[in-house]
Design a protein around this ligand. Structure first.
Ligand code: DAV
Length: 325
C-alpha cells in the first residue's frame, strides 16, 4: 500500500539528487510557468548547469538528510542517474502516490517531460499511471507575465505538477495555479476514482505548487502560510473545521546570486516522519517553537539551496510507503 496521506509513519521515501541540475533553454512553458513574475528577460537566468557550488552543497545536505532518514529505519530510494533536462532534485513535482496508485503527473514544463523515467524502474509497472500530454503552445498564456490574476496554463489539456497536490486519505487537495490547471484536477479525479475527492483550491497562490502554502500535520491539524491564506473560508469545506496554525514569518535563508526558484516561504516545506516528528530547515526556529507547542518534534537539518533550487524537504522527497491508518 502506497502512502495516501502526508503524516502517518513513514516507511520508505524517494530523495532527490541535485546532480546535473540545469536551467533549460527558454521556451514558452518556462517563460510562463517559472518566470511569470519576471517582466524583464534579463532577470531570467541563462540556460545551462547550475553553479557547481550549488550542486555540491545541495548534495552534501541531501546526504545528511539521508543519514537521518536511515537512522529512523526509513528505506531511501534515489532517482536513477541520467542527464536530466531540468533536474532530479524535486521528485515531489513528478510523482504522486495514493493507495494502490503511483501517478506520473502531466508536468507543466516541457523540459520535464521525461523526468519520470528516473523513477519508473523503482516500482512494479502494474501500479504506474503516466499521464501524457502534448504541451502545445496554446496551453500557455503569456498574459500571465507580470499579472498574477492571469494563470500560465489555459484549459486546452490537463496539466499539473504532482507538487500541486496534498493527500489526506480519501480527500486530495489540488492548488489551481501556474503549475496546475482545472482540467488537470478533473483528470486527477478520474484517475483516482469515485472513492477519492479532489478538492480544488483556487485564488490563493498563482505560482508554483501547494507545499509552501499548506502542510497537513495530522488529522485535524493544518499549517498555513498566512501571506496566502488569511481565513479558513479560503480552504475547502472539509478543512474548515480543522485547527489551523498560521506559520510565523519565515527566516529568509537566501539564495545563490542570480538563481532563485522560490520564496522564503519554502520554510514550511517540511517532511513529516510521523505525526510527532517533522524535518525542518535548520534555521526555522520560530516555526520549530510553534510546532513543539503542538507536541511535534522538529529535526533541524540544513538545506542551503532550498530557495536556489526551489525545494525544501517536502519538495525533494516522495513518501512512497507510510503506515496507512
Ligand atoms: O513559495 O515560491 C516554492 C515551490 C515549491 N516547490 C514558493 C513556491
Amino acid at each position: 500500500m502506497l502512502a495516501k496521506n502526508e503524516f502517518s509513519q513513514l516507511k520508505s521515501v524517494i530523495v532527490g539528487d541535485a546532480t546535473g541540475a540545469q536551467i533549460p533553454m527558454l521556451d514558452k512553458s518556462l517563460r510562463c510557468v517559472n518566470y511569470a513574475d519576471k517582466k524583464d528577460l534579463k532577470d531570467i537566468p541563462k540556460s545551462g548547469l547550475y553553479p557547481e557550488q550549488v550542486i555540491d552543497e545541495a548534495n552534501e545536505d541531501i546526504e545528511i538528510f539521508i543519514t537521518f532518514l536511515e537512522s529512523q529505519n526509513i528505506k531511501v530510494f534515489r532517482p536513477e542517474q541520467n542527464k536530466p533536462a531540468y533536474y532530479n532534485y524535486c521528485p515531489r513535482d513528478v510523482l504522486l502516490t495514493h493507495g494502490e496508485q503511483l501517478i506520473f503527473a502531466p508536468m507543466s514544463l516541457r523540459a520535464r517531460k521525461n523526468e519520470h523515467l528516473a523513477y519508473t524502474k523503482l516500482f512494479p509497472e502494474s501500479c504506474q499511471t503516466t499521464m501524457l500530454i502534448s504541451r502545445d503552445d496554446d496551453l500557455y498564456n503569456e498574459n500571465c507575465i507580470g499579472n498574477k490574476k492571469v494563470l500560465a496554463l489555459n484549459e486546452t489539456e490537463p496539466c499539473f505538477d504532482a507538487a500541486n497536490v496534498l493527500r489526506h486519505n480519501q480527500d486530495v487537495f489540488y492548488l489551481v495555479s501556474n503549475s496546475g490547471n482545472i482540467a488537470g484536477a478533473d483528470a486527477l479525479q478520474k484517475c483516482l476514482g469515485p472513492e477519492t475527492t479532489v478538492h480544488k483550491i483556487e485564488n490563493v497562490y498563482s505560482y508554483m505548487h501547494i507545499d509552501s502554502t499548506l502542510a497537513i500535520l495530522r488529522d485535524g491539524l493544518l499549517l498555513v502560510n498566512p501571506d496566502r491564506i488569511k481565513d479558513k473560508s479560503q480552504l475547502p469545506k472539509v478543512l474548515q473545521n480543522w485547527d489551523v496554525i498560521f506559520a510565523p514569518p519565515p527566516v529568509d535563508i537566501g539564495h545563490y546570486p542570480g538563481y532563485c526558484n522560490s520564496s522564503p516561504w519554502v520554510s514550511i516545506n517540511l517532511l513529516s516522519i510521523n505525526e510527532n516528528l517533522v524535518v525542518l530547515e535548520q534555521r526555522q526556529d520560530n516555526l520549530r517553537k510553534i510546532l513543539e507547542s503542538y507536541k511535534i518534534e522538529c529535526a533541524m537539518l540544513p538545506m542551503r539551496h532550498a530557495r536556489t533550487l526551489g525545494g525544501c524537504f517536502h519538495c525533494i522527497t516522495v513518501d512512497v510507503e507510510r503506515d496507512n491508518v
